[in-house]
Design a binder for this molecule. Structure first.
Ligand SMILES: *[C@@H]1O[C@H](CO)[C@@H](O)[C@H](O)[C@H]1NC(C)=O
Ligand SMILES: *[C@@H]1O[C@H](CO)[C@@H](O)[C@H](O)[C@H]1NC(C)=O
Ligand SMILES: *[C@@H]1O[C@H](CO)[C@@H](O)[C@H](O)[C@H]1NC(C)=O
Ligand SMILES: *[C@@H]1O[C@H](CO)[C@@H](O)[C@H](O)[C@H]1NC(C)=O
Ligand SMILES: *[C@@H]1O[C@H](CO)[C@@H](O)[C@H](O)[C@H]1NC(C)=O
Ligand SMILES: *[C@@H]1O[C@H](CO)[C@@H](O)[C@H](O)[C@H]1NC(C)=O
Ligand SMILES: *[C@@H]1O[C@H](CO)[C@@H](O)[C@H](O)[C@H]1NC(C)=O
Ligand SMILES: *[C@@H]1O[C@H](CO)[C@@H](O)[C@H](O)[C@H]1NC(C)=O
Ligand SMILES: *[C@@H]1O[C@H](CO)[C@@H](O)[C@H](O)[C@H]1NC(C)=O
Ligand SMILES: *[C@@H]1O[C@H](CO)[C@@H](O)[C@H](O)[C@H]1NC(C)=O
Ligand SMILES: *[C@@H]1O[C@H](CO)[C@@H](O)[C@H](O)[C@H]1NC(C)=O
Length: 538
C-alpha cells in the first residue's frame, strides 16, 4: 500500500516533469516570427524616431519587409537589425534578447542612450554588435560574453563606464576578431585574460582612463593586426612580447606613461608593420637599425620620448614612408654626421612629414639644399618653425627648399585626417577631448571660402601639388588672411576606429570646410594660417 502510493507519486512526478518539458519545448517552438514581431514592436516603442524610419514597422506588413530588418530565408526569422545613422534616439529595449536568430545588430551613429541590455547575452547566434557613436552608458554587459559566436563588438565613442570585465578572456569569445571600446570612460586595468582571445585582429581601447601595465599576455594574440591603447594612463614597461606578433600592422601607444625600449630586432620581427606610433611616452634606448627592414612602414612617430643615440636607419628601402618624427628626444651627439641618415630619405618619394626638432643633432645639411630629388613630389607651404640646427642661413634655406614642402604635404594629409576626424567627432559628449577639436576647428561654409578666395580665382592661387590647389583667401568679416587647400578624394582607414590624429597636429589649422560645392560634388577644404615669406626666418 505504502509502496504503491509511493509509486503513484513518482509516476505522477515523472508525468508532470514530462509535461513541463513538453510545455517548454512547445513554448520554444512558438518562438516564431510572432515573438520577433512582439520584440520589434517593443523595441520600436522605446525609440525616438524623428525621421520615421520605422514607420513601416506595422502589423499590416510582413516584418521581413520592415525597414532595417532582414530575415533568414528558411525560417523567416529576423537575422539582421541594421539601423545605422538614422537619427534614432531613445533606449534599447531588453526585448532585443528575444530576437533569437539575430546575427547582426548595427545601431551605430545614432543617439541611443541608457544601458546596453544584458539580454543581448541571450543572442547565441550574434556575430556583429555595433553600437558605436551613440551615448550608451552603464557598463559593458557581462552577459555579452555568452555570445559565443561574436566576431565584432564595436562600441567606441559612447559613455560606457566601469571596468573591462576581468573574465573577458575566460568567456566563449573564441571567434572575436574586432574589439573596439575606445573613446569611453572605462577605468581600471587591462585584464590579462585578453590574451586568450586568440582570434583577435583589432584591439582598440584608446582614449579611456585605463591604467596599469599592458599585460604581457597580449603577446599571445598571434592574429593581431591593429593595437591601439593611445591616450590612457598606462605605465610600466611595454611588454616586449608585443613586438613579436608578426601579424601586427599598426601599433599605437601614444600619450601614456610607458617605459622600455624598442627591441633591436623589431624590424625583422614585424615585417607587416605600417604604423609605429609611440609618441608622448617615456621610452628610452636607441632607435633600432632593424627598422630599415620594415619595408611597409608608412608612419613612424617616436616623438616626445627619451630615445638616445645616433639614428642609423637606412631609409632607402622604406618607399612608402609618409610620416617620420623623431622630435623631442635626445638623439644625436652634436656631431657633424648626426644627420647623415637624412640622405637615405632621398628615395622616399611619399614622405610628407619629417620632424627632427628638439634633439641633439649636430651638423647641418647645406649639401642637401638644392637636391631636387629629396622628397620630390611634394607641395609648397610656409611654416614658422625650423626643424634643424645648423647655421642660420643654411637653416632657412633648408627650411624653404626641403622642410617646407615636406610640411606642406603633411598639412594636407593630416588635414584630410582631421576632416574625417572632426566629422566623426561632431556629436561628441561634453567632457571628451573631441569637443575641443570641434571648437578649435569650426566648420566654414563652401560659400564663405569661395568668397574669401575671390571665387577660387587664379590670381589667388599660391601653389599647386599632388593633393590640389592652394589659394590665398581673405575673410571680409575680420580681414583674416588664410591659405585654403581643396582636398579631393576620401581618406579610407583600414579600421574604422583608427583615430590617432592628435599626435600629428603639427600644424596650425584654423578651420575645415566640408560641404557640397556649386556643382553638387563633395568639397573639402582646409584653412591654414597664412604666413608671408618674411615670417619664415622666425
Ligand atoms: C510569419 O510567417 C508567416 C509564414 O511565413 C507569414 O504568413 C506571416 O505573415 C508572418 N508574420 C508576420 C507578423 O510577419
Ligand atoms: C549620416 O547620415 C548623414 C545624412 O544622411 C550623412 O551626411 C552622414 O555622412 C552620415 N554619417 C555617417 C557616419 O554615415
Ligand atoms: C521577451 O522579452 C521580454 C523582456 O526581456 C520578456 O518579458 C518576454 O516575456 C519575452 N518573451 C516573449 C515571448 O516575448
Ligand atoms: C545573464 O547571465 C546569467 C548567467 O550567467 C543569467 O542567470 C541571467 O539570467 C542572464 N541575464 C539575462 C538578462 O539574460
Ligand atoms: C585565460 O587567461 C588567463 C590569464 O592570462 C589564464 O590564467 C587562463 O588560463 C586563460 N583561460 C583560458 C580558458 O584559456
Ligand atoms: C595616472 O596615474 C598616476 C599615477 O598612477 C596618477 O597620479 C594620475 O592621477 C593618473 N592620471 C589620470 C588622468 O588618471
Ligand atoms: C620573440 O620571438 C623570438 C623568436 O621567435 C623568441 O626567441 C623570443 O623569446 C620571443 N620574445 C618574446 C618576449 O616573446
Ligand atoms: C620618465 O622617466 C624618467 C627617468 O627615466 C623619470 O624621471 C620621469 O619621471 C618619467 N616621466 C614620466 C612621465 O613617467
Ligand atoms: C634586411 O635588409 C637587408 C637589406 O635589404 C637585407 O640584406 C637583410 O637580409 C635583411 N635582414 C632581414 C633579417 O630580413
Ligand atoms: C634611389 O633609387 C634609384 C632608382 O630607383 C637608385 O638608382 C638610387 O641608387 C637610389 N638612391 C639611393 C640613395 O639608394
Ligand atoms: C556619429 O553619428 C552622427 C549621427 O548621430 C554622425 O553625423 C557622425 O558622422 C557620426 N560620427 C562618426 C565619427 O561616424
Amino acid at each position: 500500500m505504502f509502496s504503491s502510493i509511493f509509486t503513484t507519486t513518482t509516476s505522477l512526478a515523472t508525468l508532470i516533469w514530462c509535461f513541463s518539458l513538453l510545455l517548454s519545448s512547445h513554448s520554444f517552438s512558438v518562438h516564431t516570427n510572432e515573438t520577433d514581431r512582439l520584440a520589434l514592436l517593443a523595441i520600436k516603442s522605446q525609440f525616438h524616431d524623428p525621421l520615421e524610419v520605422t514607420s513601416s514597422w506595422d502589423t499590416s506588413v510582413n516584418l521581413c519587409q520592415w525597414t532595417g530588418v532582414t530575415c533568414g530565408r528558411r525560417h523567416q526569422r529576423v537575422t539582421e537589425l541594421y539601423l545605422r545613422n538614422q537619427s534614432l534616439g531613445g533606449t534599447l529595449s531588453p526585448y532585443v534578447g528575444n530576437l533569437s536568430f539575430l546575427k547582426l545588430i548595427h545601431l551605430g551613429d545614432n543617439n541611443f542612450y541608457g544601458e546596453i541590455p544584458d539580454e543581448v547575452g541571450r543572442l547565441s547566434r550574434l556575430e556583429t554588435l555595433v553600437v558605436a557613436n551613440n551615448s550608451f552608458s552603464g557598463k559593458i554587459p557581462t552577459n555579452l560574453s555568452r555570445c559565443s559566436n561574436l566576431i565584432n563588438f564595436l562600441s567606441h565613442k559612447n559613455n560606457l563606464v566601469g571596468e573591462i570585465p576581468a573574465d573577458i578572456g575566460y568567456s566563449s569569445w573564441s571567434k572575436l576578431e574586432k574589439l573596439s571600446i575606445a573613446v569611453n570612460h572605462l577605468r581600471g586595468q587591462l585584464p590579462a585574460s585578453i590574451g586568450n582571445l586568440s582570434a583577435l585582429q583589432a584591439f582598440d581601447v584608446g582614449e579611456n582612463t585605463l591604467h596599469g601595465r599592458i599585460p604581457e599576455s597580449l603577446g599571445q594574440l598571434r592574429s593581431l593586426k591593429f593595437l591601439n591603447v593611445e591616450e590612457n594612463n598606462f605605465s610600466g614597461m611595454v611588454p616586449v612580447s608585443i613586438y613579436n606578433i608578426s601579424s601586427l600592422e599598426m601599433i599605437f601607444l601614444p600619450a601614456n606613461r610607458l617605459e622600455g625600449i624598442l627591441p633591436l630586432n623589431i624590424g625583422f620581427n614585424l615585417p607587416n608593420l605600417k604604423s609605429l606610433i609611440v609618441a608622448q611616452n617615456n621610452l628610452t634606448g636607441p632607435i633600432p637599425h632593424s627598422l630599415s627592414n620594415a619595408s611597409n612602414l608608412i608612419e613612424l612617430n617616436l616623438g616626445q620620448n627619451h630615445f638616445t643615440g645616433k639614428v642609423s636607419i637606412d631609409f632607402n628601402g622604406l618607399s612608402d614612408l609618409a610620416w617620420l618624427s623623431f622630435e623631442a628626444n635626445n638623439l644625436g651627439a652634436e656631431a657633424s654626421n648626426d644627420l647623415d641618415f637624412v640622405f637615405s630619405l632621398t628615395n622616399c618619394s611619399k614622405l610628407e612629414w619629417l620632424g627632427l626638432r628638439k634633439n641633439q643633432f649636430g651638423g647641418n645639411l647645406p649639401h642637401l639644399v638644392g637636391n631636387e630629388n629629396l622628397c620630390g613630389g611634394l607641395d609648397e607651404l610656409h611654416l614658422p618653425s625650423c626643424p634643424l640646427k645648423g647655421s642660420r642661413k643654411s637653416k632657412v634655406t633648408f627650411l624653404v627648399k626641403v622642410i617646407i614642402p615636406v610640411i606642406m604635404s603633411c598639412l594636407i594629409l593630416s588635414a584630410c585626417f582631421l576632416v574625417v576626424y572632426a566629422r566623426r567627432r561632431r556629436s561628441a559628449h561634453k567632457d571628451s577631448n573631441s569637443l575641443l577639436i570641434e571648437q578649435k576647428f569650426p566648420f566654414v561654409s563652401y560659400a564663405a571660402l569661395r568668397k574669401a578666395t575671390n571665387e577660387f580665382s587664379t590670381s589667388n592661387m599660391i601653389g599647386q601639388g599632388s593633393f590640389g590647389i592652394v589659394y590665398k583667401g581673405i575673410f571680409s568679416e575680420n580681414g583674416m588672411v588664410v591659405a585654403v587647400k581643396g582636398v579631393s578624394g576620401v581618406f579610407v582607414a583600414e579600421f574604422e576606429a583608427l583615430r590617432n590624429i592628435r599626435h600629428r597636429n603639427l600644424i596650425k589649422i584654423i578651420t575645415i570646410c566640408s560641404s557640397i560645392d556649386s556643382k553638387g560634388a563633395d568639397f573639402k577644404a582646409l584653412v591654414y594660417e597664412y604666413m608671408e615669406n618674411g615670417s619664415l626666418e622666425e
